[in-house]
Design a protein around this ligand. Structure first.
Ligand code: DX5
Ligand code: ZN
Length: 221
């Protein structure tokens, strides 16, 4: 399984974002994870499509845009135009609107030529997104409740990662990207990968590291 490391710029200094992007590249990261928060689906507000647009020319790394927002459909165009490579949307934010909203949003993302993914919070069973697996390029399992970096990994999510990998295999897509986001450290990453995750988000583990390149290598190993 190809392991990919995605530093989350949520943990970067927003006043020096250019340097943060360069650090991700120089450290051997595979993706840049962009945490978009709206102050409603989650408490904090981070940034919108404009940030992605400004980062885009600075890197060739894929921009993995994690939308923690209500009404995600209304924002897809901005992130697609800004140069997002993958856009993930939350099951809960979609379900609140209608039963078909998640599927509609995923299709909209794909129609704009961008890869798409569905996200489940720690308290949502992974089975909730099984119906949209065929549409998803990636699925994202939150291992903390979204909103803040630096939280503790919720170990119950390991079982969900296993179920997601089993279902991907069963669906004939053994290599499907399964991303885990929240509380990943050099200490717990091996169990997370062993459970079946292959895309690893690292916010504080990366940006608080004294040697980010060594951290990326350690997370990959
Ligand atoms: C949490 C965000 C995560 C966060 C991860 O709402 O979606 O991407 O930045 O940060 P760490 O790795 O510090 O838990
Ligand atoms: Zn995230």
């Amino acid at each position: 399984m190809n392991i990919k490391i995605a530093p989350s710029i949520l943990s970067a200094d927003f006043s020096r974002m250019g340097e943060a992007i360069k650090l991700c590249e120089d450290s051997g990261a595979d993706l840049i994870h962009c945490d978009v928060m709206d102050g409603s689906f989650v408490e904090p507000i981070t940034f919108g499509g404009q940030m992605v647009k400004n980062i885009r020319p600075l890197t060739k790394l894929p921009l993995d845009c994690h939308l923690m927002i209500e009404h995600p459909k209304t924002q897809i165009k901005f992130f697609a135009d800004a140069g997002a490579d993958i856009i993930t949307v939350h099951y809960k934010a979609c379900k609140r609107i209608s039963d078909s909203y998640l599927e509609e949003t995923l299709r909209l993302i794909k129609d704009m030529g961008v890869k798409c993914g569905a996200v489940v919070n720690p308290d949502v069973p992974v089975e909730a997104i099984f119906p949209v697996f065929p549409l998803c390029d990636m699925v994202l399992l939150m291992s903390v409740f979204p909103g803040y970096g630096g939280q503790k990994f919720i170990p119950e999510v390991l079982e969900k990662i296993k179920k997601a990998r089993e279902y991907a295999i069963l669906s004939g897509r053994p290599d499907m990207d399964i991303e885990v986001d929240g509380g990943v450290t050099e200490q717990n990453v091996q169990t997370i990968k062993a459970a079946g995750a292959n895309v690893i988000v690292a916010g504080s583990a990366f940006f608080r590291s004294s040697n980010p390149a060594a951290t990326v290598a350690a997370l990959k190993r």
